[in-house]
Design a protein around this ligand. Structure first.
Ligand code: AMP
Length: 284
Protein backbone atom coordinates (compact mmCIF):
# COMPACT_ATOMS: atom_id res chain seq x y z
CA UNK A 1 0.00 0.00 0.00
CA UNK A 2 1.33 3.45 -0.92
CA UNK A 3 0.73 6.43 1.36
CA UNK A 4 0.93 9.97 -0.01
CA UNK A 5 0.55 13.21 1.87
CA UNK A 6 1.24 15.58 -1.00
CA UNK A 7 -0.68 16.33 -4.17
CA UNK A 8 2.31 15.99 -6.54
CA UNK A 9 3.24 12.70 -4.83
CA UNK A 10 -0.14 11.05 -5.38
CA UNK A 11 -0.55 12.55 -8.86
CA UNK A 12 2.83 11.30 -9.98
CA UNK A 13 2.13 7.80 -8.67
CA UNK A 14 -1.32 7.58 -10.27
CA UNK A 15 0.09 8.82 -13.55
CA UNK A 16 2.73 6.08 -13.44
CA UNK A 17 0.27 3.22 -12.89
CA UNK A 18 -2.54 4.48 -15.17
CA UNK A 19 -3.57 1.66 -17.47
CA UNK A 20 -6.62 1.56 -19.77
CA UNK A 21 -7.39 -2.00 -18.63
CA UNK A 22 -7.43 -1.25 -14.92
CA UNK A 23 -9.90 1.42 -13.81
CA UNK A 24 -8.94 3.65 -10.90
CA UNK A 25 -11.57 3.46 -8.17
CA UNK A 26 -11.64 6.34 -5.69
CA UNK A 27 -13.32 6.44 -2.29
CA UNK A 28 -13.13 9.81 -0.51
CA UNK A 29 -13.54 9.51 3.28
CA UNK A 30 -13.05 11.54 6.41
CA UNK A 31 -11.39 8.59 8.16
CA UNK A 32 -12.50 6.95 11.41
CA UNK A 33 -13.12 4.04 9.11
CA UNK A 34 -15.74 1.40 9.86
CA UNK A 35 -17.43 -1.42 8.02
CA UNK A 36 -19.56 1.07 6.08
CA UNK A 37 -16.42 2.48 4.45
CA UNK A 38 -15.07 -1.05 4.18
CA UNK A 39 -18.06 -2.10 2.04
CA UNK A 40 -17.15 0.62 -0.50
CA UNK A 41 -13.43 -0.19 -0.45
CA UNK A 42 -14.05 -3.95 -0.76
CA UNK A 43 -16.38 -3.32 -3.68
CA UNK A 44 -13.63 -1.37 -5.42
CA UNK A 45 -10.95 -3.99 -4.78
CA UNK A 46 -13.23 -6.89 -5.72
CA UNK A 47 -14.26 -5.11 -8.92
CA UNK A 48 -10.58 -5.12 -9.91
CA UNK A 49 -10.16 -1.35 -9.60
CA UNK A 50 -6.84 0.14 -8.58
CA UNK A 51 -8.18 1.45 -5.29
CA UNK A 52 -7.39 4.91 -3.97
CA UNK A 53 -8.82 6.05 -0.61
CA UNK A 54 -8.48 9.59 0.68
CA UNK A 55 -8.66 10.49 4.35
CA UNK A 56 -9.35 14.16 4.85
CA UNK A 57 -11.58 15.85 7.42
CA UNK A 58 -12.73 18.74 5.28
CA UNK A 59 -13.26 21.85 7.43
CA UNK A 60 -15.42 23.69 4.87
CA UNK A 61 -18.24 21.15 5.08
CA UNK A 62 -18.66 21.53 8.83
CA UNK A 63 -21.11 24.23 9.79
CA UNK A 64 -20.46 23.58 13.47
CA UNK A 65 -16.93 24.20 14.78
CA UNK A 66 -17.53 21.91 17.75
CA UNK A 67 -18.51 19.02 15.45
CA UNK A 68 -15.29 19.54 13.46
CA UNK A 69 -13.23 19.55 16.64
CA UNK A 70 -14.88 16.40 17.95
CA UNK A 71 -14.58 14.49 14.67
CA UNK A 72 -12.52 11.34 15.42
CA UNK A 73 -9.10 11.07 13.72
CA UNK A 74 -7.64 7.62 14.50
CA UNK A 75 -5.13 7.73 11.62
CA UNK A 76 -2.84 4.80 12.65
CA UNK A 77 -5.84 2.54 13.14
CA UNK A 78 -7.26 3.65 9.76
CA UNK A 79 -4.01 2.98 7.95
CA UNK A 80 -3.63 -0.54 9.33
CA UNK A 81 -7.32 -1.23 8.52
CA UNK A 82 -6.75 -0.10 4.92
CA UNK A 83 -3.55 -2.13 4.66
CA UNK A 84 -5.35 -5.28 5.86
CA UNK A 85 -8.16 -4.67 3.36
CA UNK A 86 -5.67 -4.58 0.48
CA UNK A 87 -6.18 -0.93 -0.46
CA UNK A 88 -3.61 0.20 -3.04
CA UNK A 89 -3.16 3.91 -2.33
CA UNK A 90 -4.04 6.20 0.59
CA UNK A 91 -4.04 9.95 0.07
CA UNK A 92 -3.83 11.72 3.43
CA UNK A 93 -3.41 15.42 2.68
CA UNK A 94 -3.38 18.32 5.11
CA UNK A 95 -5.32 21.56 4.61
CA UNK A 96 -2.50 23.20 2.62
CA UNK A 97 -2.63 20.46 -0.03
CA UNK A 98 -6.34 20.98 -0.55
CA UNK A 99 -6.75 24.70 0.08
CA UNK A 100 -3.70 26.35 -1.40
CA UNK A 101 -3.87 29.90 -2.81
CA UNK A 102 -5.35 29.23 -6.23
CA UNK A 103 -7.82 26.52 -5.50
CA UNK A 104 -10.32 25.23 -5.06
CA UNK A 105 -13.45 27.17 -5.86
CA UNK A 106 -16.94 25.99 -5.12
CA UNK A 107 -18.14 24.81 -8.54
CA UNK A 108 -20.63 27.30 -9.91
CA UNK A 109 -23.58 25.04 -10.54
CA UNK A 110 -27.25 25.42 -9.84
CA UNK A 111 -28.23 22.88 -7.20
CA UNK A 112 -31.88 23.96 -7.19
CA UNK A 113 -33.90 22.34 -4.40
CA UNK A 114 -30.99 20.03 -3.59
CA UNK A 115 -29.29 22.82 -1.73
CA UNK A 116 -32.36 24.13 0.04
CA UNK A 117 -34.02 21.21 1.79
CA UNK A 118 -33.21 18.39 4.23
CA UNK A 119 -29.48 18.35 5.10
CA UNK A 120 -28.95 21.66 3.28
CA UNK A 121 -31.64 23.38 5.35
CA UNK A 122 -30.15 22.25 8.64
CA UNK A 123 -26.45 22.45 7.72
CA UNK A 124 -26.00 25.73 5.83
CA UNK A 125 -22.88 25.72 3.65
CA UNK A 126 -22.36 21.99 4.08
CA UNK A 127 -22.83 20.98 0.46
CA UNK A 128 -20.78 23.88 -0.89
CA UNK A 129 -17.93 22.45 1.20
CA UNK A 130 -18.61 18.93 -0.05
CA UNK A 131 -18.67 20.05 -3.71
CA UNK A 132 -15.50 22.05 -3.21
CA UNK A 133 -13.53 19.18 -1.69
CA UNK A 134 -14.85 16.40 -3.94
CA UNK A 135 -14.22 18.49 -7.03
CA UNK A 136 -10.68 19.20 -5.84
CA UNK A 137 -10.00 15.55 -4.93
CA UNK A 138 -11.36 14.38 -8.31
CA UNK A 139 -9.05 16.85 -10.00
CA UNK A 140 -6.07 15.49 -8.09
CA UNK A 141 -6.81 11.75 -8.35
CA UNK A 142 -8.63 11.73 -11.74
CA UNK A 143 -10.28 8.36 -11.08
CA UNK A 144 -12.38 6.43 -13.59
CA UNK A 145 -14.87 5.42 -10.90
CA UNK A 146 -16.00 7.42 -7.88
CA UNK A 147 -17.54 5.25 -5.16
CA UNK A 148 -19.84 6.75 -2.53
CA UNK A 149 -22.43 5.43 -0.08
CA UNK A 150 -26.21 5.86 -0.18
CA UNK A 151 -25.98 6.52 3.56
CA UNK A 152 -25.40 10.16 2.52
CA UNK A 153 -28.09 10.12 -0.14
CA UNK A 154 -28.36 13.87 -0.67
CA UNK A 155 -24.58 14.13 -0.97
CA UNK A 156 -24.60 11.33 -3.55
CA UNK A 157 -27.37 13.06 -5.52
CA UNK A 158 -25.55 16.40 -5.42
CA UNK A 159 -22.28 14.85 -6.57
CA UNK A 160 -24.12 13.07 -9.40
CA UNK A 161 -25.57 16.45 -10.38
CA UNK A 162 -22.11 18.08 -10.24
CA UNK A 163 -20.60 15.37 -12.46
CA UNK A 164 -23.37 15.91 -15.02
CA UNK A 165 -23.26 19.70 -14.89
CA UNK A 166 -19.46 19.93 -15.14
CA UNK A 167 -19.36 17.07 -17.61
CA UNK A 168 -16.65 15.32 -15.60
CA UNK A 169 -15.31 12.09 -17.05
CA UNK A 170 -15.89 9.91 -14.01
CA UNK A 171 -18.51 7.26 -13.37
CA UNK A 172 -20.31 7.43 -10.03
CA UNK A 173 -21.24 4.24 -8.19
CA UNK A 174 -23.61 4.61 -5.23
CA UNK A 175 -23.51 1.64 -2.86
CA UNK A 176 -26.13 0.46 -0.34
CA UNK A 177 -26.10 1.40 3.34
CA UNK A 178 -24.10 -0.97 5.50
CA UNK A 179 -25.87 -1.60 8.82
CA UNK A 180 -24.98 -2.98 12.23
CA UNK A 181 -26.58 -6.33 13.16
CA UNK A 182 -29.53 -4.56 14.83
CA UNK A 183 -30.10 -2.35 11.77
CA UNK A 184 -28.47 0.93 12.83
CA UNK A 185 -26.66 2.50 9.85
CA UNK A 186 -22.91 2.36 10.44
CA UNK A 187 -21.42 5.78 11.08
CA UNK A 188 -18.30 7.27 12.65
CA UNK A 189 -20.67 9.23 14.88
CA UNK A 190 -22.18 6.07 16.45
CA UNK A 191 -19.07 5.78 18.62
CA UNK A 192 -20.07 8.98 20.38
CA UNK A 193 -23.31 7.42 21.67
CA UNK A 194 -23.41 6.07 25.23
CA UNK A 195 -23.98 2.28 25.47
CA UNK A 196 -27.56 2.90 26.51
CA UNK A 197 -28.30 5.35 23.67
CA UNK A 198 -26.49 3.15 21.17
CA UNK A 199 -28.97 0.36 21.99
CA UNK A 200 -31.92 2.74 21.77
CA UNK A 201 -30.74 4.19 18.43
CA UNK A 202 -32.07 1.13 16.63
CA UNK A 203 -35.42 2.95 16.80
CA UNK A 204 -34.35 4.95 13.71
CA UNK A 205 -34.03 1.76 11.68
CA UNK A 206 -37.25 0.39 13.17
CA UNK A 207 -39.17 3.53 12.19
CA UNK A 208 -37.84 3.42 8.61
CA UNK A 209 -38.53 -0.30 8.38
CA UNK A 210 -42.08 0.04 9.70
CA UNK A 211 -42.65 2.87 7.20
CA UNK A 212 -41.50 0.65 4.34
CA UNK A 213 -43.68 -2.23 5.54
CA UNK A 214 -46.79 -0.03 5.68
CA UNK A 215 -45.94 2.14 2.70
CA UNK A 216 -48.65 0.80 0.42
CA UNK A 217 -51.33 0.85 3.12
CA UNK A 218 -51.29 4.41 4.44
CA UNK A 219 -51.06 8.04 3.31
CA UNK A 220 -47.64 9.68 3.66
CA UNK A 221 -48.84 11.98 6.44
CA UNK A 222 -49.91 9.00 8.58
CA UNK A 223 -46.68 7.15 7.90
CA UNK A 224 -44.69 10.20 8.89
CA UNK A 225 -46.73 10.74 12.08
CA UNK A 226 -46.19 7.11 13.11
CA UNK A 227 -42.45 7.27 12.44
CA UNK A 228 -42.12 10.47 14.47
CA UNK A 229 -44.10 8.92 17.32
CA UNK A 230 -41.70 5.99 17.38
CA UNK A 231 -38.50 8.04 17.20
CA UNK A 232 -39.22 11.19 19.17
CA UNK A 233 -38.45 10.11 22.73
CA UNK A 234 -35.74 12.00 24.58
CA UNK A 235 -32.80 12.03 24.19
CA UNK A 236 -33.80 11.36 20.56
CA UNK A 237 -35.21 14.33 18.68
CA UNK A 238 -36.10 14.13 15.02
CA UNK A 239 -34.88 17.02 12.90
CA UNK A 240 -36.72 15.86 9.80
CA UNK A 241 -38.47 12.81 8.45
CA UNK A 242 -39.54 13.17 4.82
CA UNK A 243 -40.34 11.24 1.68
CA UNK A 244 -38.35 12.17 -1.41
CA UNK A 245 -38.25 11.27 -5.09
CA UNK A 246 -35.31 8.95 -5.69
CA UNK A 247 -34.14 10.84 -8.76
CA UNK A 248 -34.26 14.48 -7.60
CA UNK A 249 -34.72 14.20 -3.82
CA UNK A 250 -37.65 16.60 -4.05
CA UNK A 251 -39.86 16.26 -0.98
CA UNK A 252 -43.23 14.57 -1.61
CA UNK A 253 -46.17 15.28 0.65
CA UNK A 254 -48.81 13.15 -0.98
CA UNK A 255 -48.77 10.01 -3.12
CA UNK A 256 -51.16 11.78 -5.53
CA UNK A 257 -48.36 14.27 -6.27
CA UNK A 258 -45.91 11.54 -7.24
CA UNK A 259 -46.01 7.76 -7.12
CA UNK A 260 -42.62 6.78 -8.56
CA UNK A 261 -39.60 5.43 -6.68
CA UNK A 262 -39.49 7.02 -3.23
CA UNK A 263 -37.12 7.03 -0.27
CA UNK A 264 -37.81 7.99 3.33
CA UNK A 265 -34.99 10.13 4.75
CA UNK A 266 -34.41 11.24 8.31
CA UNK A 267 -32.02 13.08 10.62
CA UNK A 268 -32.21 12.53 14.35
CA UNK A 269 -30.32 14.12 17.23
CA UNK A 270 -29.33 12.06 20.23
CA UNK A 271 -28.05 14.67 22.69
CA UNK A 272 -25.21 16.27 20.68
CA UNK A 273 -24.83 13.45 18.15
CA UNK A 274 -26.61 13.84 14.82
CA UNK A 275 -27.52 10.64 12.98
CA UNK A 276 -28.89 10.35 9.44
CA UNK A 277 -30.47 7.39 7.70
CA UNK A 278 -32.75 6.56 4.80
CA UNK A 279 -34.60 3.65 3.26
CA UNK A 280 -36.03 3.08 -0.16
CA UNK A 281 -39.79 2.42 -0.09
CA UNK A 282 -41.40 -0.48 -1.97
CA UNK A 283 -42.93 0.41 -5.35
CA UNK A 284 -46.60 1.38 -5.16
P1 AMP B 1 -17.43 9.86 5.47
O1 AMP B 1 -16.11 9.33 5.95
O2 AMP B 1 -18.47 9.90 6.52
O3 AMP B 1 -17.30 11.14 4.69
O4 AMP B 1 -17.95 8.79 4.41
C1 AMP B 1 -17.20 8.43 3.30
C2 AMP B 1 -18.06 7.61 2.37
O5 AMP B 1 -18.51 6.44 3.04
C3 AMP B 1 -19.33 8.37 1.91
O6 AMP B 1 -19.55 8.12 0.52
C4 AMP B 1 -20.41 7.75 2.76
O7 AMP B 1 -21.69 7.80 2.17
C5 AMP B 1 -19.91 6.32 2.89
N1 AMP B 1 -20.50 5.66 4.06
C6 AMP B 1 -20.42 6.08 5.35
N2 AMP B 1 -21.14 5.25 6.13
C7 AMP B 1 -21.67 4.31 5.32
C8 AMP B 1 -22.53 3.18 5.52
N3 AMP B 1 -22.97 2.86 6.72
N4 AMP B 1 -22.88 2.45 4.44
C9 AMP B 1 -22.45 2.78 3.20
N5 AMP B 1 -21.64 3.83 2.95
C10 AMP B 1 -21.26 4.58 3.98
Amino acid sequence: MFLFKTTPGVQHHIQSIRNPDIPIGFIPTMGALHEGHESLIRHSIESGYYTVVSIYVNPTQFNDAEDLKKYPRPISKDLSYLYKMGCHVVFFPDDREIYSKNNPVVPDIDLRNLNKTLEAAFRPGHFEGVLQVVNRLLDIVRPNILIMGKKDLQQLTIIRHMIEELNLSVQLEGLPISRESDGLARSSRNERLSDENRKKAVVIYKALHATATNFNKSPLSDLKAKALKLMDHLPFQTEYFEFVRNDTMEIIHDKKEYSGPTTAVTAVWCNDVRLIDNMEMPEI
